[in-house]
Design a protein around this ligand. Sequence first.
Ligand code: UGA
Length: 434
Amino acid sequence: MFARRIVVVGTGYVGLTTGACLASLGHRVVCSDVDAAKVARLSRGEVGILEPGLGELVAEGIAAGRLEFVLGSAGAVADAEVVFLCVPTPMGSGGGADLAAVESVVAEVATELPAGCVLVCKSTVPVGTSARVAELVGRPDVAVVSNPEFLREGSAVHDFLNPDRIVVGSASQDAAERVAALYARLGAPTVLTDAPSAEMVKYAANCFLATKLSYVNAVAELCERLGANISDVTEGMGYDRRIGQSFLQPGPGWGGSCLPKDTAALLQVAQSVGFDFELLGAAIDSNARQREQMVAKVADACGVGVAGSLDGVRLGLLGLTFKAGTDDLRDSPALAVAELLAARGAELVACDPGLRGDEAPLRDVVTLVDDPYEAAKGSAGLVVLTEWQQFRALDWPRVAGLLAGPVVVDTRNHLDPDVLRRAGISWRGVGRLP
Ligand code: UGA
Protein backbone atom coordinates (compact mmCIF):
# COMPACT_ATOMS: atom_id res chain seq x y z
CA MET A 1 0.00 0.00 0.00
CA PHE A 2 1.37 3.40 -1.01
CA ALA A 3 1.14 6.53 1.09
CA ARG A 4 -1.53 8.86 -0.26
CA ARG A 5 -1.83 12.62 -0.39
CA ILE A 6 -4.96 13.21 1.66
CA VAL A 7 -6.84 16.38 2.55
CA VAL A 8 -9.28 16.39 5.47
CA VAL A 9 -11.71 19.30 5.45
CA GLY A 10 -12.91 20.18 8.97
CA THR A 11 -10.96 19.58 12.18
CA GLY A 12 -13.73 18.64 14.62
CA TYR A 13 -13.70 15.32 16.47
CA VAL A 14 -14.07 13.22 13.35
CA GLY A 15 -11.86 15.31 11.06
CA LEU A 16 -8.99 15.71 13.49
CA THR A 17 -9.04 12.05 14.48
CA THR A 18 -9.24 10.98 10.83
CA GLY A 19 -6.34 13.26 9.87
CA ALA A 20 -4.07 12.30 12.76
CA CYS A 21 -4.80 8.58 12.45
CA LEU A 22 -4.36 8.47 8.65
CA ALA A 23 -1.03 10.27 9.12
CA SER A 24 -0.06 7.65 11.71
CA LEU A 25 -0.78 4.98 9.07
CA GLY A 26 1.88 6.60 6.88
CA HIS A 27 -0.18 8.87 4.63
CA ARG A 28 0.64 12.54 4.03
CA VAL A 29 -2.30 14.50 5.40
CA VAL A 30 -3.29 18.15 5.20
CA CYS A 31 -6.15 19.18 7.51
CA SER A 32 -8.00 22.36 6.62
CA ASP A 33 -10.37 24.48 8.65
CA VAL A 34 -12.03 27.88 8.31
CA ASP A 35 -11.10 28.88 11.87
CA ALA A 36 -7.70 30.65 11.72
CA ALA A 37 -7.12 30.53 15.49
CA LYS A 38 -7.83 26.79 15.54
CA VAL A 39 -5.46 26.17 12.62
CA ALA A 40 -2.73 28.09 14.46
CA ARG A 41 -3.35 26.13 17.68
CA LEU A 42 -3.36 22.78 15.89
CA SER A 43 -0.18 23.66 14.01
CA ARG A 44 1.47 24.07 17.43
CA GLY A 45 0.15 20.61 18.36
CA GLU A 46 -2.55 21.89 20.74
CA VAL A 47 -5.66 19.75 20.11
CA GLY A 48 -7.97 21.56 22.57
CA ILE A 49 -10.28 18.58 23.17
CA LEU A 50 -10.14 15.82 25.74
CA GLU A 51 -9.41 12.75 23.63
CA PRO A 52 -6.91 10.14 24.83
CA GLY A 53 -3.91 9.73 22.51
CA LEU A 54 -4.99 12.38 20.01
CA GLY A 55 -2.53 15.06 21.18
CA GLU A 56 0.35 12.60 20.91
CA LEU A 57 -0.66 11.48 17.39
CA VAL A 58 -1.00 15.08 16.19
CA ALA A 59 2.43 15.96 17.62
CA GLU A 60 4.00 12.85 16.05
CA GLY A 61 2.39 13.57 12.67
CA ILE A 62 3.64 17.16 12.66
CA ALA A 63 7.14 16.14 13.75
CA ALA A 64 7.30 13.45 11.04
CA GLY A 65 6.22 15.99 8.40
CA ARG A 66 3.17 13.87 7.54
CA LEU A 67 0.51 16.14 9.08
CA GLU A 68 -0.11 19.84 8.59
CA PHE A 69 -2.93 22.28 9.20
CA VAL A 70 -3.97 25.00 6.80
CA LEU A 71 -6.60 27.71 6.59
CA GLY A 72 -9.32 27.16 3.95
CA SER A 73 -9.78 24.16 1.70
CA ALA A 74 -9.60 25.53 -1.88
CA GLY A 75 -5.78 25.79 -1.99
CA ALA A 76 -5.25 22.63 0.05
CA VAL A 77 -7.04 20.25 -2.34
CA ALA A 78 -5.06 21.18 -5.46
CA ASP A 79 -2.74 18.12 -5.35
CA ALA A 80 -4.95 15.78 -3.31
CA GLU A 81 -5.63 12.18 -4.24
CA VAL A 82 -8.40 11.82 -1.68
CA VAL A 83 -10.40 14.58 0.04
CA PHE A 84 -12.42 13.78 3.17
CA LEU A 85 -15.38 15.99 4.05
CA CYS A 86 -15.58 16.05 7.85
CA VAL A 87 -17.61 19.20 8.43
CA PRO A 88 -20.50 19.37 10.94
CA THR A 89 -24.01 18.30 9.95
CA PRO A 90 -26.00 19.64 12.92
CA MET A 91 -29.69 19.12 13.54
CA GLY A 92 -31.57 21.51 11.29
CA SER A 93 -35.14 22.77 11.59
CA GLY A 94 -37.60 19.87 11.63
CA GLY A 95 -34.98 17.42 12.95
CA GLY A 96 -33.22 16.75 9.63
CA ALA A 97 -29.46 17.16 9.14
CA ASP A 98 -28.35 20.67 8.11
CA LEU A 99 -26.07 20.26 5.09
CA ALA A 100 -25.08 23.91 4.72
CA ALA A 101 -21.43 23.30 5.67
CA VAL A 102 -21.11 20.32 3.29
CA GLU A 103 -22.61 22.30 0.42
CA SER A 104 -20.43 25.33 1.04
CA VAL A 105 -17.21 23.26 1.08
CA VAL A 106 -18.25 21.45 -2.10
CA ALA A 107 -18.94 24.80 -3.80
CA GLU A 108 -15.49 26.00 -2.68
CA VAL A 109 -13.47 22.98 -3.84
CA ALA A 110 -15.42 21.69 -6.87
CA THR A 111 -13.32 23.41 -9.52
CA GLU A 112 -10.04 23.02 -7.58
CA LEU A 113 -10.06 19.22 -7.28
CA PRO A 114 -7.47 17.58 -9.53
CA ALA A 115 -8.69 15.10 -12.14
CA GLY A 116 -8.96 11.57 -10.75
CA CYS A 117 -9.39 12.77 -7.18
CA VAL A 118 -11.86 10.99 -4.86
CA LEU A 119 -14.18 13.09 -2.68
CA VAL A 120 -15.23 11.22 0.47
CA CYS A 121 -18.25 12.09 2.64
CA LYS A 122 -17.28 11.14 6.18
CA SER A 123 -19.68 13.51 7.94
CA THR A 124 -22.93 11.80 8.91
CA VAL A 125 -25.18 12.74 6.02
CA PRO A 126 -28.68 11.66 4.98
CA VAL A 127 -29.10 8.90 2.44
CA GLY A 128 -28.74 10.44 -0.99
CA THR A 129 -26.21 13.10 0.02
CA SER A 130 -23.26 11.53 -1.82
CA ALA A 131 -25.34 11.54 -5.01
CA ARG A 132 -26.24 15.18 -4.34
CA VAL A 133 -22.56 16.03 -3.73
CA ALA A 134 -21.62 14.34 -7.01
CA GLU A 135 -24.26 16.47 -8.75
CA LEU A 136 -22.94 19.65 -7.11
CA VAL A 137 -19.35 18.82 -8.06
CA GLY A 138 -20.59 18.08 -11.56
CA ARG A 139 -17.35 16.46 -12.77
CA PRO A 140 -17.11 12.99 -14.28
CA ASP A 141 -13.38 12.92 -13.42
CA VAL A 142 -14.07 13.22 -9.66
CA ALA A 143 -15.72 10.23 -7.92
CA VAL A 144 -17.75 10.66 -4.73
CA VAL A 145 -17.61 8.03 -1.99
CA SER A 146 -19.47 7.56 1.29
CA ASN A 147 -17.25 6.31 4.11
CA PRO A 148 -19.05 6.75 7.45
CA GLU A 149 -17.11 6.88 10.71
CA PHE A 150 -18.05 4.83 13.79
CA LEU A 151 -15.69 6.23 16.43
CA ARG A 152 -16.88 7.14 19.92
CA GLU A 153 -15.87 10.29 21.74
CA GLY A 154 -13.43 9.49 24.52
CA SER A 155 -11.99 6.53 22.59
CA ALA A 156 -11.85 8.08 19.12
CA VAL A 157 -8.23 7.21 18.34
CA HIS A 158 -8.58 3.66 19.62
CA ASP A 159 -11.81 3.15 17.65
CA PHE A 160 -10.32 4.58 14.46
CA LEU A 161 -7.25 2.34 14.64
CA ASN A 162 -9.19 -0.75 15.78
CA PRO A 163 -12.39 -0.59 13.75
CA ASP A 164 -15.06 -3.28 13.88
CA ARG A 165 -15.54 -2.61 10.16
CA ILE A 166 -14.81 -0.23 7.32
CA VAL A 167 -17.79 0.76 5.20
CA VAL A 168 -17.24 2.31 1.78
CA GLY A 169 -19.95 3.02 -0.77
CA SER A 170 -19.78 4.51 -4.24
CA ALA A 171 -21.12 4.29 -7.76
CA SER A 172 -17.45 3.86 -8.75
CA GLN A 173 -16.01 0.50 -7.68
CA ASP A 174 -12.49 1.78 -8.35
CA ALA A 175 -12.93 4.85 -6.13
CA ALA A 176 -14.44 2.73 -3.33
CA GLU A 177 -11.48 0.33 -3.50
CA ARG A 178 -9.00 3.21 -3.41
CA VAL A 179 -10.61 4.56 -0.24
CA ALA A 180 -10.80 1.10 1.35
CA ALA A 181 -7.07 0.65 0.59
CA LEU A 182 -6.24 3.63 2.86
CA TYR A 183 -7.29 1.47 5.81
CA ALA A 184 -5.72 -1.78 4.56
CA ARG A 185 -3.18 -1.88 7.41
CA LEU A 186 -5.98 -2.02 9.97
CA GLY A 187 -7.11 -5.45 8.75
CA ALA A 188 -10.80 -4.80 9.46
CA PRO A 189 -13.73 -6.44 7.67
CA THR A 190 -14.65 -4.16 4.79
CA VAL A 191 -18.10 -3.65 3.34
CA LEU A 192 -17.96 -2.35 -0.22
CA THR A 193 -21.36 -1.17 -1.36
CA ASP A 194 -23.25 1.63 -3.08
CA ALA A 195 -23.34 5.12 -1.55
CA PRO A 196 -26.96 5.10 -0.26
CA SER A 197 -26.34 1.82 1.58
CA ALA A 198 -23.13 3.12 3.18
CA GLU A 199 -24.97 6.26 4.30
CA MET A 200 -27.78 4.12 5.69
CA VAL A 201 -25.38 1.88 7.66
CA LYS A 202 -24.37 4.87 9.77
CA TYR A 203 -27.92 5.91 10.67
CA ALA A 204 -29.17 2.37 11.09
CA ALA A 205 -26.28 1.56 13.46
CA ASN A 206 -26.62 4.66 15.63
CA CYS A 207 -30.41 4.35 15.79
CA PHE A 208 -30.12 0.69 16.69
CA LEU A 209 -27.74 1.56 19.53
CA ALA A 210 -30.12 4.27 20.77
CA THR A 211 -33.09 1.89 20.60
CA LYS A 212 -31.08 -0.76 22.45
CA LEU A 213 -30.44 1.71 25.28
CA SER A 214 -34.07 2.87 25.46
CA TYR A 215 -35.05 -0.78 25.67
CA VAL A 216 -32.55 -1.44 28.46
CA ASN A 217 -33.70 1.62 30.39
CA ALA A 218 -37.31 0.45 30.11
CA VAL A 219 -36.36 -3.06 31.25
CA ALA A 220 -34.51 -1.46 34.19
CA GLU A 221 -37.66 0.39 35.19
CA LEU A 222 -39.60 -2.85 35.04
CA CYS A 223 -36.92 -4.66 37.09
CA GLU A 224 -37.24 -2.02 39.78
CA ARG A 225 -41.00 -2.45 39.97
CA LEU A 226 -40.84 -6.26 39.95
CA GLY A 227 -37.91 -6.69 42.33
CA ALA A 228 -35.42 -7.96 39.73
CA ASN A 229 -31.81 -6.81 39.38
CA ILE A 230 -30.98 -5.16 35.99
CA SER A 231 -27.25 -5.85 36.33
CA ASP A 232 -27.85 -9.60 36.52
CA VAL A 233 -30.56 -9.40 33.87
CA THR A 234 -28.34 -7.64 31.32
CA GLU A 235 -25.45 -9.97 32.12
CA GLY A 236 -27.74 -12.93 31.51
CA MET A 237 -29.03 -11.37 28.29
CA GLY A 238 -25.60 -10.36 27.07
CA TYR A 239 -24.13 -13.88 27.01
CA ASP A 240 -26.47 -14.49 24.09
CA ARG A 241 -24.08 -13.68 21.26
CA ARG A 242 -26.95 -12.27 19.23
CA ILE A 243 -27.34 -9.58 21.93
CA GLY A 244 -23.78 -9.06 23.22
CA GLN A 245 -22.64 -7.59 26.56
CA SER A 246 -21.97 -4.05 25.39
CA PHE A 247 -24.30 -1.06 25.29
CA LEU A 248 -26.53 -2.59 27.96
CA GLN A 249 -25.77 -0.22 30.83
CA PRO A 250 -28.87 1.66 32.07
CA GLY A 251 -28.51 5.35 32.81
CA PRO A 252 -30.14 8.77 32.75
CA GLY A 253 -30.79 8.36 29.01
CA TRP A 254 -28.58 8.49 25.94
CA GLY A 255 -27.13 11.76 24.68
CA GLY A 256 -24.09 13.33 23.07
CA SER A 257 -23.51 14.91 19.73
CA CYS A 258 -24.56 11.89 17.64
CA LEU A 259 -27.35 9.61 18.87
CA PRO A 260 -29.96 12.38 19.49
CA LYS A 261 -29.12 14.09 16.19
CA ASP A 262 -29.09 10.91 14.13
CA THR A 263 -32.28 9.45 15.61
CA ALA A 264 -34.13 12.73 14.93
CA ALA A 265 -32.72 12.84 11.40
CA LEU A 266 -33.68 9.26 10.49
CA LEU A 267 -37.17 9.77 11.93
CA GLN A 268 -37.54 12.89 9.82
CA VAL A 269 -36.22 11.20 6.68
CA ALA A 270 -38.61 8.28 7.23
CA GLN A 271 -41.52 10.72 7.53
CA SER A 272 -40.43 12.48 4.35
CA VAL A 273 -40.87 9.24 2.39
CA GLY A 274 -44.19 8.43 4.05
CA PHE A 275 -42.90 5.84 6.52
CA ASP A 276 -43.94 6.15 10.15
CA PHE A 277 -40.89 4.74 11.99
CA GLU A 278 -42.92 4.23 15.17
CA LEU A 279 -40.28 2.11 16.89
CA LEU A 280 -37.64 4.82 16.57
CA GLY A 281 -40.12 7.52 17.66
CA ALA A 282 -40.90 5.46 20.77
CA ALA A 283 -37.17 5.09 21.55
CA ILE A 284 -36.74 8.87 21.36
CA ASP A 285 -39.81 9.61 23.53
CA SER A 286 -38.78 6.99 26.02
CA ASN A 287 -35.35 8.64 26.29
CA ALA A 288 -36.93 11.99 27.15
CA ARG A 289 -39.05 10.29 29.85
CA GLN A 290 -35.95 8.60 31.27
CA ARG A 291 -34.56 11.98 32.32
CA GLU A 292 -37.81 12.82 34.12
CA GLN A 293 -37.74 9.41 35.82
CA MET A 294 -34.32 10.25 37.25
CA VAL A 295 -35.60 13.56 38.62
CA ALA A 296 -38.56 11.76 40.23
CA LYS A 297 -36.12 9.25 41.74
CA VAL A 298 -34.03 12.05 43.24
CA ALA A 299 -37.09 13.84 44.65
CA ASP A 300 -38.28 10.57 46.16
CA ALA A 301 -34.86 9.91 47.68
CA CYS A 302 -34.93 13.38 49.23
CA GLY A 303 -38.22 12.48 50.91
CA VAL A 304 -40.43 15.01 49.10
CA GLY A 305 -42.24 12.40 46.96
CA VAL A 306 -41.72 11.79 43.24
CA ALA A 307 -43.52 14.98 42.19
CA GLY A 308 -42.58 17.09 45.22
CA SER A 309 -40.89 20.50 45.22
CA LEU A 310 -37.16 20.68 45.72
CA ASP A 311 -37.28 24.35 46.54
CA GLY A 312 -34.08 25.36 48.30
CA VAL A 313 -32.85 21.74 48.57
CA ARG A 314 -29.10 21.61 48.04
CA LEU A 315 -27.92 18.67 45.95
CA GLY A 316 -24.42 17.63 44.91
CA LEU A 317 -24.09 16.38 41.33
CA LEU A 318 -21.27 14.04 40.26
CA GLY A 319 -20.80 14.42 36.50
CA LEU A 320 -22.36 16.67 33.87
CA THR A 321 -20.75 15.56 30.59
CA PHE A 322 -22.77 13.20 28.36
CA LYS A 323 -20.52 10.31 29.32
CA ALA A 324 -17.22 9.81 31.13
CA GLY A 325 -13.89 10.52 29.43
CA THR A 326 -15.05 13.59 27.51
CA ASP A 327 -15.52 17.30 28.19
CA ASP A 328 -18.52 17.36 25.85
CA LEU A 329 -21.80 18.76 27.17
CA ARG A 330 -23.72 18.55 23.87
CA ASP A 331 -27.12 16.99 24.48
CA SER A 332 -25.87 15.67 27.80
CA PRO A 333 -28.55 13.73 29.69
CA ALA A 334 -26.73 14.66 32.91
CA LEU A 335 -27.11 18.34 32.13
CA ALA A 336 -30.76 17.80 31.16
CA VAL A 337 -31.42 16.14 34.54
CA ALA A 338 -29.62 19.06 36.26
CA GLU A 339 -31.84 21.53 34.40
CA LEU A 340 -35.00 19.65 35.43
CA LEU A 341 -33.81 19.55 39.06
CA ALA A 342 -33.04 23.28 38.95
CA ALA A 343 -36.52 23.91 37.51
CA ARG A 344 -37.94 22.13 40.58
CA GLY A 345 -36.08 24.62 42.76
CA ALA A 346 -33.00 22.57 43.75
CA GLU A 347 -29.70 24.35 44.44
CA LEU A 348 -27.07 22.40 42.58
CA VAL A 349 -23.35 22.09 43.19
CA ALA A 350 -21.67 19.97 40.54
CA CYS A 351 -18.26 18.44 40.00
CA ASP A 352 -17.06 16.92 36.73
CA PRO A 353 -13.44 15.89 36.08
CA GLY A 354 -13.81 16.95 32.43
CA LEU A 355 -14.97 20.49 33.22
CA ARG A 356 -13.50 23.57 34.83
CA GLY A 357 -15.30 25.96 37.16
CA ASP A 358 -15.77 28.64 34.49
CA GLU A 359 -18.03 26.79 32.02
CA ALA A 360 -20.36 29.59 30.91
CA PRO A 361 -23.45 27.59 29.85
CA LEU A 362 -23.66 26.06 33.31
CA ARG A 363 -23.77 29.20 35.40
CA ASP A 364 -27.57 29.49 35.50
CA VAL A 365 -28.07 25.86 36.38
CA VAL A 366 -25.28 24.74 38.69
CA THR A 367 -22.34 26.00 40.67
CA LEU A 368 -19.37 24.08 39.31
CA VAL A 369 -16.64 23.07 41.76
CA ASP A 370 -13.41 21.15 41.14
CA ASP A 371 -13.59 19.06 44.31
CA PRO A 372 -16.26 16.34 44.68
CA TYR A 373 -16.14 16.71 48.46
CA GLU A 374 -17.16 20.33 48.00
CA ALA A 375 -20.23 19.12 46.09
CA ALA A 376 -21.10 16.80 48.97
CA LYS A 377 -20.67 19.41 51.74
CA GLY A 378 -24.05 20.30 53.29
CA SER A 379 -26.01 18.62 50.47
CA ALA A 380 -29.26 16.73 51.05
CA GLY A 381 -27.89 14.04 48.76
CA LEU A 382 -25.52 13.25 45.92
CA VAL A 383 -26.60 12.34 42.40
CA VAL A 384 -24.19 10.40 40.14
CA LEU A 385 -24.95 11.43 36.55
CA THR A 386 -21.76 10.54 34.63
CA GLU A 387 -19.68 7.40 35.16
CA TRP A 388 -16.22 8.90 35.82
CA GLN A 389 -13.87 6.35 37.44
CA GLN A 390 -12.75 8.99 39.94
CA PHE A 391 -16.15 8.85 41.64
CA ARG A 392 -15.76 5.17 42.52
CA ALA A 393 -12.54 5.95 44.37
CA LEU A 394 -13.99 8.64 46.66
CA ASP A 395 -13.46 8.36 50.40
CA TRP A 396 -17.08 7.46 51.13
CA PRO A 397 -16.90 7.68 54.97
CA ARG A 398 -15.58 11.22 54.43
CA VAL A 399 -18.44 11.95 52.00
CA ALA A 400 -20.92 10.61 54.58
CA GLY A 401 -19.54 13.05 57.14
CA LEU A 402 -19.99 15.98 54.76
CA LEU A 403 -23.50 15.20 53.53
CA ALA A 404 -26.49 16.71 55.33
CA GLY A 405 -28.56 13.73 54.12
CA PRO A 406 -26.75 10.39 53.68
CA VAL A 407 -28.25 9.38 50.34
CA VAL A 408 -26.73 8.81 46.90
CA VAL A 409 -28.85 8.44 43.76
CA ASP A 410 -26.67 6.58 41.27
CA THR A 411 -28.30 6.99 37.83
CA ARG A 412 -25.52 4.89 36.22
CA ASN A 413 -25.26 2.02 38.75
CA HIS A 414 -21.65 3.09 38.85
CA LEU A 415 -20.81 2.83 42.54
CA ASP A 416 -20.45 -0.22 44.76
CA PRO A 417 -23.57 -0.24 46.97
CA ASP A 418 -21.78 -2.29 49.66
CA VAL A 419 -19.02 0.31 50.00
CA LEU A 420 -21.62 3.04 50.45
CA ARG A 421 -23.68 0.99 52.86
CA ARG A 422 -20.62 0.39 55.02
CA ALA A 423 -20.06 4.16 55.04
CA GLY A 424 -23.63 4.63 56.32
CA ILE A 425 -24.97 5.99 53.03
CA SER A 426 -28.22 4.85 51.50
CA TRP A 427 -27.70 3.98 47.82
CA ARG A 428 -30.41 4.19 45.17
CA GLY A 429 -29.54 2.83 41.75
CA VAL A 430 -31.45 2.16 38.56
CA GLY A 431 -33.32 -1.09 37.94
CA ARG A 432 -32.31 -2.78 41.16
CA LEU A 433 -33.21 -2.61 44.78
CA PRO A 434 -30.69 -1.06 47.21
C1 UGA B 1 -21.83 7.19 19.16
C2 UGA B 1 -21.64 5.75 18.62
O1 UGA B 1 -21.43 4.85 19.71
C3 UGA B 1 -20.44 5.70 17.68
O2 UGA B 1 -20.33 4.38 17.13
C4 UGA B 1 -20.64 6.71 16.55
O3 UGA B 1 -19.55 6.73 15.66
C5 UGA B 1 -20.80 8.10 17.15
O4 UGA B 1 -21.94 8.09 18.04
C6 UGA B 1 -21.01 9.05 16.03
O5 UGA B 1 -22.03 8.96 15.33
O6 UGA B 1 -20.11 9.86 15.74
P1 UGA B 1 -20.70 8.69 21.08
O7 UGA B 1 -21.71 9.73 20.75
O8 UGA B 1 -19.27 9.09 21.24
O9 UGA B 1 -20.68 7.52 19.94
O10 UGA B 1 -21.17 8.04 22.44
P2 UGA B 1 -21.54 6.57 22.97
O11 UGA B 1 -20.39 5.97 23.66
O12 UGA B 1 -22.22 5.79 21.94
O13 UGA B 1 -22.62 6.98 24.08
C7 UGA B 1 -23.84 7.61 23.71
C8 UGA B 1 -24.73 7.77 24.91
O14 UGA B 1 -25.22 6.51 25.36
C9 UGA B 1 -24.05 8.42 26.12
O15 UGA B 1 -24.94 9.33 26.71
C10 UGA B 1 -23.77 7.23 27.02
O16 UGA B 1 -23.66 7.56 28.37
C11 UGA B 1 -24.98 6.37 26.75
N1 UGA B 1 -24.75 4.94 27.05
C12 UGA B 1 -23.86 4.22 26.33
C13 UGA B 1 -25.48 4.34 28.06
O17 UGA B 1 -26.33 4.99 28.72
N2 UGA B 1 -25.30 3.01 28.31
C14 UGA B 1 -24.43 2.26 27.60
O18 UGA B 1 -24.31 1.03 27.88
C15 UGA B 1 -23.68 2.87 26.58
